[in-house]
Design a protein around this ligand. Sequence first.
Ligand code: UT7
Length: 353
Amino acid sequence: MSGTDRAAVVAGLGGWVPRTVVTNDELAALLGTDDEWIRTRTGIRQRHVIAPGEATGDLAVEAGRRALESAGLVGVGALVLATSTPDRLSPATAPEVASRLGLGTVPAFDVAAVCAGFVYALAAGAGLIATGVAESVLVIGADTFSTILDPADRTTRAVFGDGAGAVVLRAGSLDQPGALLGLSLGSDGSRSDLVEIPAGGSRQRSTGLPVKPEDTFLTMRGRAVFAEAVHRMSASARETAARAGWPLEEIDRFVLHQANARIVTATAHRLALPAERFLSNIDRVGNTVAASIPLALSDGVLSGELRPGHRVVLAGFGGGLAWGSVALVWPHIVHPGIRILPAPSADQSGARK
Ligand code: UT7
């Protein structure tokens, strides 16, 4: 392989969701909402949430372990963890996850790009490989937004769920299936207030003023975020496809950040492509933030909707604002097992991860 052919190649995949399931009906019993509103506005039927005492790092370890097993590896040269809900404010969660996975003293760091986090972390992992820092990288997306939601906010509680997903990247060549192609990333900090937690950072702490409880929770201006998500993910997917040299209509599968089923269909419409090419598992897991793309990949492999040889574009978008896309030909991947998800209602049996 010549230096210019060197690429980061996807070689393993794993996912994990916590055991506790919250159905729409359970939320309806607590808040002023109902199953029909949530299903028709978001496509979500249930979400998984961590138990008391569990944390993002626990989910990351489970997903990471499965991705390593899938790649047939016991070690990697580096770990990148995309998360906006780290186990604590400092230090980063990644070194502890690496340690718990038995990865020794490898470089390990967090990437905070919210729902675009997984694509940003893939880019960071690809950079570590391109620069020769590592020959293999474990890239994990994990979040536990259930810990930062206002318990009384029916909208965000309906949307977000907890989970983790991971891939292993290995050094390879551009012509190999699984090679990351056409990466494109972007951000718009002038709109950082669309999705935010105002308190907890240095800006609030330096005031010395008492913290308003509502400022410690996630706030989201849903409509504006919706419009931005469709605009940015469609433009980003177009850019990545062009960089990869693929006509849009020759792309077999799109795996978008699973924020809302209507965002996915609106993006398909914007790209003038059939919605069937866009994978979706949001009905079973909700919006799992940095975990959503690898969990959707995992589900696509298990359901057979995502197959070796498919041309795939992944696209993420979220708070920041931040967005990004990457293209790859789906490789042969050994998937480490099937996780059965309890069905939320009699008409939806057999859901699994
Ligand atoms: O992950 C990346 C960042 N996040 C996103 O990409 C999320 C993007 N946004 C969305 O997915 C949607 O905007 C939401 C699902 C968050 C909200 O759906 P919407 O269709 O945009 O609803 P809305 O916020 O405009 O609210 C419409 C109505 C309001 O009532 P009024 O004012 O019309 O009487 C809300 O109070 O729906 C009401 N509402 C609810 N009703 C029942 C909001 N949440 C609920 C609920 N149950 N859970």
